[in-house]
Design a protein around this ligand. Sequence first.
Ligand code: CO
Length: 410
Amino acid sequence: MKKEKKLPPEFVEELSRVTSQAYIAWKKAKQTNNFKLFEPHLKKVIDLKRKEAKLRGIPGHPYNSLLDCYEEGMRVEKLKKTFDYLKKELVPLIRSIQATKTYKEQDRIIPPRNVPKQVQEEIGKFISQKLGLKLGKESRLDETEHPFTSTLGIKDTRITTNYKEGFPESFFSTIHETGHALYSLGVPAEYGYTVVGEGSSLGMHESQSRFYENVIGRNPVFWEFMLPHLKKYKELKKYSLKEWQLLANKVRPSFIRVQADEVTYNLHVIIRFELELALLEGKLEAKDLPRAWNQKVKEYLGITPKTNKEGVLQDVHWSLGLIGYFPTYALGNIYSAQLYNEMLKDNPDIISEMRKGKFDSILNWLTKKVYVYGRTITTEEIIKNACGRGLDPKAFINYLREKYSKIYWF
Ligand code: CO
């Protein structure tokens, strides 16, 4: 609240007017694949964000002031160092995966299509509850177009999911939202309705959703537990354990961030981060953005978008003025791997428990190390207390290497 006071009402009003128009223009631009429609609006948004950075006045790079709104205490220098390290490690890691026989033959496994909604809902509810969400008591699961989690009161956090034709897309989005909900529900009730009664930051919240979605839900061992349950459904019973493990972890450089796999995902974030910096610094103009975007996608992911719709226009964030937001997604991935690493050290049995479909030690550990704090201390402090050190991208790279070298045999 203190932060918002730094912005004069006229500024807030102008930003809200400009971003509502920018949002409409972005929607149209995306629909018609015409960046020109969005360009003048984006230019205005960036000018206002530069102004906002000045008003907020955090020292150093103007991006610091924007970043701090979503990830308190995080700074550009630290992110740059973190992201440069990730880039240096991820690009060759993707190459090694692409060179394998498994990668070249992975498309032979066709994921299940036309899986009825009721089947997906049943499996979604089953897994949410197994992971610890008390559906019907503290939570419920409903259907929506864009999945989200919302807290309506103390011990009342609800999740939504969407049911696509295929499996396991919606399965993972249900697990993702389950992770968000478990975090919100795990914050002590006595903090309810206060400023500390929520997750410590967006990055931390995303670390919990991704922990459940990726670290647990895509864990090869987790599928050993899921296999007999999936065998009950005629649409799913023909798949073997190996096939599920590969389907859940299929790596392939792609254009769309929200559909990206665990290995390539952070490169999508790094592309946006670098472009945001260049735009704020005035080194890049809005009109040159599509070209700059495509160049980076080519350089980091080895592919070139054919349209702006699958390139620079894909995300809604910039139209809403959300500059400095994307890094929280990558931070979530890194924190989730750090926490997993520590959890395994404290309790190696969680692997064999996961195989049996027991997830309570995992939830207890997260509750003790993360949820109990709510927002009383910063994310950096929570991570330091839990892992002995702050943000550490090495833990994430080690996690990926160890996991994917087994899945792709390299
Ligand atoms: Co999320």
